[in-house]
Ligand binder design. Structure first.
Ligand code: GLY
Length: 400
């Protein structure tokens, strides 16, 4: 009898193991096919988008009333996402027409390496030229990135060990916003690649100030800290969130991605712990929907009828895939599973535009600035960019 049980258990375990292997292989194959298909679709969509944007401008969103694509000039914080997305698409399709469009758009973006009007240089110049240099290693592109990093550091304020995000305005004295964690990648990369070592120091100081001041005990972050330079005192606010006590979803996503990226460059355990803590906040929050596409604010008043933000979901998916590389076992595979779930959901009809629709953008249902009724439930360039990046990472890191 004992022998029989033992034999049955072994057979059962073996069959289960083989089934899970087949399942893993099948879903691996499915993901591979799905991602390849997404990049092909993205190539045709972005050729449409290109036609909808004047040569000297970059795409922004689709106007709700007219259905037409709205453009911005190259100083807009999102200007780097279009060329960056085109480069990811080219990388995965080898479509030479997409590359030509990317080069044309990089050419109009290059002048912004001197821009010092706000903190967004990382988004503008690293998502664009960082990808160009990663792919083609042209010295001129590296020089562009180096100059952009120098421009960004002009906004460093040693009194508060932080980079000032926006200039003083009617709402803020010296605002530092959580989004700025993303721009530190530009500084760290330049320092790591032969550039000025002070840029790394600025990035570390900024991240440490953010860790100390921006985060609440539950590991959610304010959107804005408004500092008084003379005293170093600050007030936490939520410019783009629902209210000052709420957790604006994209802000949480920026911080999560930012601290994961900090660990990549600096290998300081406190950044890794911060990224894990934020992942816990995001993935286990009672208001996180089961499909893991967050509401635009975790404390939006009309949950479960509040709008979802596809852009926050894309950023979280991409960040989770990076965090999975710095963690082990079940914890790591949970991050991959969550990222996969988000990618698959975003690639479904609910979020992905039908071919030819959406002005050429990929994703629908992004929430730009809810309180200002600006870009609400619309396509957003950064939603597309981090969706493409998440699929790129999934393909390179998980499927290979
Ligand atoms: N302020 C940049 C954003 O909307 O995420």
């Amino acid at each position: 009898m004992k022998k029989l049980i033992n034999r049955n258990s072994v057979v059962f375990l073996l069959v289960s193991f083989l089934c899970s292997l087949v399942h893993a292989q099948t879903s691996k194959k499915d993901m591979e096919q799905m991602i390849d298909q997404q990049f092909k679709l993205a190539a045709s969509q972005y050729k449409i988008l290109e036609k909808n944007v004047p040569d000297s401008m970059m795409p922004k969103t689709v106007n709700k009333n007219t259905g037409k694509v709205e453009s911005s000039n190259t100083k807009w914080w999102c200007s780097g996402f279009f060329p960056g997305s085109l480069l990811y698409i080219y990388e995965h399709t080898n479509d030479q027409d997409v590359l030509k469009i990317a080069q044309k758009r990089l050419a109009i973006q290059e002048k912004e390496k001197h821009y010092t009007g706000n903190h967004d240089l990382g988004f503008m110049m690293y998502c664009s030229f960082g990808n160009a240099y990663r792919l083609f290693k042209k010295p001129a592109d590296k020089a562009t990135i180096d100059t952009a990093a120098a421009s960004l550091t002009t906004r460093y304020r040693p009194q508060i060990k932080s980079i000032q995000s926006w200039n003083k305005n009617q709402n803020f004295n010296c605002p530092v916003i959580i989004d700025n964690m993303m721009n530190l990648e530009l500084l760290l990369w330049v320092s790591q690649n032969g550039g000025d070592q002070r840029f790394r120091e600025v990035a570390i100081n900024h991240a440490n100030s953010t860790l100390a001041n921006h985060y609440r005990p539950d590991h959610s972050a304010f959107h804005v800290l408004d500092y008084t330079l003379e005293t170093g005192k600050f007030i936490g606010k939520n410019h783009q969130g629902f209210n000052d006590a709420s957790a604006w979803a994209r802000g949480q996503a920026w911080g999560f991605y930012g601290f994961t990226m900090m660990y990549r460059f600096v290998k300081d355990e406190k950044y890794l712990q911060q990224a894990r803590d934020i992942a816990q906040f995001l993935l286990n929050h009672p208001n996180m929907p089961t499909d893991k596409i967050p509401y635009w604010d975790f404390n939006a008043p009309n949950i479960p009828n509040a709008l979802r933000d596809a852009s926050a979901a894309s950023i979280i998916a991409s960040g989770l895939l990076e965090l999975s590389r710095y963690t082990k076992g079940k914890e790591s595979s949970n991050y991959v599973d969550a990222a996969k779930q988000i990618i698959v959901k975003l690639a479904s009809d609910e979020y992905l535009a039908k071919p030819g629709d959406n002005g050429g953008f990929l994703l629908k249902h992004g929430v730009g600035f809810f309180n200002a009724n600006s870009e609400v439930d619309q396509p957003l360039t950064y939603g597309d960019y981090y969706f493409l990046e998440a699929m790129h990472r999934y393909k390179e890191w998980i499927l290979k």
